[in-house]
Every structure is written in structure tokens, then in C-alpha cells.
Design a protein around this ligand. Structure first.
Ligand code: SF4
Length: 375
């Protein structure tokens, strides 16, 4: 099979090109054609020597992911479902807002963490995505929308690694993809505008701080270990105290001076006033021993296999008031794209339900496939 150029960060591409006897600056030109300009046809790369283009034709390609389905919402949100082979599909979601346009990117087909409120977690883990498959989501959406919107300027201003999968459990593919997102010859995103969301893989948080410190969001969802053990099973390995220590260690390298904590509001489970008070005690205790942070309260997208329900709005507002009164910066996340498939992962779930039922039944997994995003 031909080499997929989307698999390389710039140093990797330079090494590959040098192996073909090409100079470093040729690799940089090629990198710009692919990522900055979205060109996949070597004949259109007019400043590359004919001999180099011939080699590329023989050995390489820019291999995008096949699109299984696209859904456009009236609010501008667009979801794509991409085929990653062997009956697996991943979702990518474009979310335009007044001051930004965010792409939510998947890092794995399925997920091994198994959070109770997440349908991807209920589906189980299939495999890690390659660097090319992570980058192909950004490459495709950025350049497709530039053509559709007839715009030469960059469309996507923010990337959040909050799609399907735990990105820090696919670290070796993730970091090269992040470096391409940040590179001026590619997408040129600032570190503040690229966010990795993790359920709390503590050793990899430390490595990310060293290797590629982008903005960090942590899926918290509970103020104490007993509850978090039941919602986010990785907590049994890396309990809250260790997780918060890792957040404190991350901050000096982070591009922002706070960590974002995601908190999915589950009716009667983690949304009571005592949970809010326990969160305040955990994150903002007297004496300043907490973690500089921002809290995102997220409406749960119910799916039957979870046995969980969305918190009523009044409970969410009361919860937010307690946090705000204690001085914690708190936002309540709006849902987007409700008219296409409300929950992130729902599209993948529906398609998988239709195309992959037998294997899933054989694995005795749930096929209730509405998913809350990696939060
Ligand atoms: S919320 Fe994230 S880490 Fe948890 S199961 Fe879902 S995709 Fe995996």
C-alpha cells in the first residue's frame, strides 16, 4: 500500500523525503501543499520538480477517510461519519459560533474507559486511530468547507479532542497529529485553541505537558472517589487526588492558566446541592490549595442502556449558582445540532446499529448507541 502523507508530522515527512534523496525544503513544500492548501493531486503541486512528483505518484498518496454520512443542522453544526474500516466508524463535528469555529475530533474507534454515561464507552474498544486518521478529519473538513464557503482563509479556529475515544490512550498517534495542527505550515492553530480532553490518564498528562502542552480539559463528573469510581472507571486506577495533582503539574506548561473540568449533569446521581458543595471544597478550598479551573456543566444525552437521566434545568441552575457563589468560574454548555442527532456519537451509533449488529450482538454489547461526547 502507498504511504499516506497524512501520517507524517513535518520531521517525519522530512525524514521520508530525505530517504528518497530529496532536500528538506522539498518536504516543507509538500507539507504545505497537503495541509495548508488541501491539495492531494501531486500534479497540482507546481513548484515540486517533475522527478519528485513522479516518485510521489509511485509511492505516496493523500488518503482521506471515506464519508459514510453527513448531517447538517439548521444551527450550522455539521456532523460527518467516517468509515475507518472493519465495520468501524468515527464521528467528527463542526460547530460554528460567532467568534470561533470548532472541530470536535475522534481519536479511537470505540473506547476502553467505559464511562457509564457514554454510549461509546458502552460499545467497547475497537482500535486506536492512526495519526493519518486523526488528521484526515481536520484535513477533510477544513478544505471541504473552504470550497463550500468559497473562502481562502482558515475556517476552523479551534480543535477539541473530545470525539470518540480517550486521546491519551492513543498517545503515540495523538502527539504528531497535534503538532501538525499547531504548525504554521499546516493549520497554524494556537496551543490555546487546541484542547485535549481526558478522563484522567495521569502518566500521559505528565507526558503531554512535556511533549505538546495544549489546553487541557478533564472529565471530572463527580466530587468524590466513590461516585467517580462508578461513573468513570479509570478513577479506580487514578483517583481524584492523583488526578488533581497531575492537573497542578500540568498548569506551568499549559497555554492557559486554568484547567477545564467537564461535569455531566445526571439526574439524582451527581447533581444535588451536596455534590456542588463537595466540588467547591475539592476545587476551591479555603487557603488556596485548589486547582485554578473553569467548570463546564453539560446536559446529559440520555440513552436507555445507561439507566441515567438528564438533570432538570432547575437542578442545573441551582448547582451552577452554588459554584458561582463560591467563586468557581462555571458555564452551562448549550446543546448544538439538536435537529440532526442530538447526542455526539448518535450518528455513529445509528449507523453501526444498522451495519454491524451481528458482531455487536456476539460481543453482547449494548446497541443503544446514543452517546454523550468525551466529556
Ligand atoms: S466519555 Fe470519553 S473516556 Fe469515557 S467512555 Fe466516552 S469516549 Fe471514553
Amino acid at each position: 500500500m502507498k504511504v499516506n502523507l497524512l501520517d507524517f508530522d513535518l520531521p517525519g515527512l522530512i525524514g521520508w523525503c530525505e530517504g528518497l534523496g530529496e532536500k528538506k525544503f522539498r518536504a516543507t513544500q509538500l507539507f504545505r501543499w497537503v495541509h495548508h492548501r488541501g491539495v492531494s493531486e501531486f500534479d497540482q503541486m507546481t513548484d515540486l520538480a517533475r522527478e519528485f512528483r513522479d516518485k510521489l505518484h509511485q509511492l505516496a498518496e493523500v488518503r482521506a477517510l471515506p464519508v459514510v454520512q453527513r448531517q447538517d443542522s439548521a444551527d450550522g453544526t455539521i456532523k460527518w461519519l467516517f468509515d475507518v474500516g472493519d465495520g468501524n466508524a468515527v464521528e467528527t463535528v463542526f460547530i460554528p459560533e460567532d467568534d470561533r469555529a470548532t472541530l470536535c475530533v475522534s481519536s479511537q474507534a470505540g473506547c476502553a474507559v467505559g464511562c457509564r454515561f457514554c454510549s461509546t464507552g458502552h460499545q467497547g474498544f475497537s482500535r486506536n486511530l492512526a495519526t493519518a486518521e486523526i488528521l484526515a478529519q481536520l484535513w477533510f473538513v477544513e478544505h471541504t468547507l473552504r470550497r463550500e464557503f468559497k473562502q481562502n482563509e482558515r475556517i476552523i479556529s479551534n480543535v477539541v479532542m473530545m470525539g470518540m475515544g480517550e486521546p491519551l490512550q492513543n498517545y503515540n498517534a495523538l502527539v504528531p497529529a497535534l503538532t501538525v495542527m499547531l504548525h504554521d505550515h499546516a493549520y497554524g492553530l494556537s496551543r490555546r485553541r487546541v484542547t485535549v480532553s481526558t478522563s484522567g490518564v495521569v502518566p500521559m498528562m505528565d507526558r503531554l505537558a512535556h511533549d505538546c502542552p495544549v489546553a487541557l480539559a478533564v472529565s471530572l463528573h463527580a466530587p468524590h472517589d466513590a461516585l467517580r469510581d462508578s461513573l468513570v472507571p479509570i478513577n479506580r486506577k487514578y483517583p481524584i487526588a492523583e488526578l488533581l495533582d497531575a492537573c497542578r503539574r500540568y498548569l506551568p506548561a499549559a497555554p492557559r492558566d486554568f484547567i477545564t473540568f467537564e461535569y455531566c449533569m445526571l439526574d439524582g446521581v451527581n447533581d444535588q446541592p451536596e455534590h456542588a458543595q463537595a466540588l467547591v471544597a475539592l476545587l476551591h478550598p479555603p487557603g488556596g490549595a485548589g486547582v485554578p479551573c473553569k467548570l463546564n456543566l453539560i446536559p446529559f444525552n440520555p440513552f436507555p442502556a445507561s439507566g441515567l437521566q438528564r438533570s432538570p434545568d432547575a437542578a442545573v441552575q441551582a448547582f451552577a449558582r452554588i459554584l458561582l457563589k463560591a467563586g468557581l468560574v462555571t458555564t452551562v454548555r448549550k446543546t448544538r445540532g439538536d435537529d440532526i442527532d442530538a447526542a455526539c456519537g448518535q450518528l455513529a451509533g445509528d449507523i453501526l446499529d444498522r451495519t454491524d449488529v451481528q458482531r455487536r450482538v456476539a460481543r453482547q454489547r449494548t446497541i443503544e448507541l446514543v452517546r454523550t461526547p468525551h466529556i
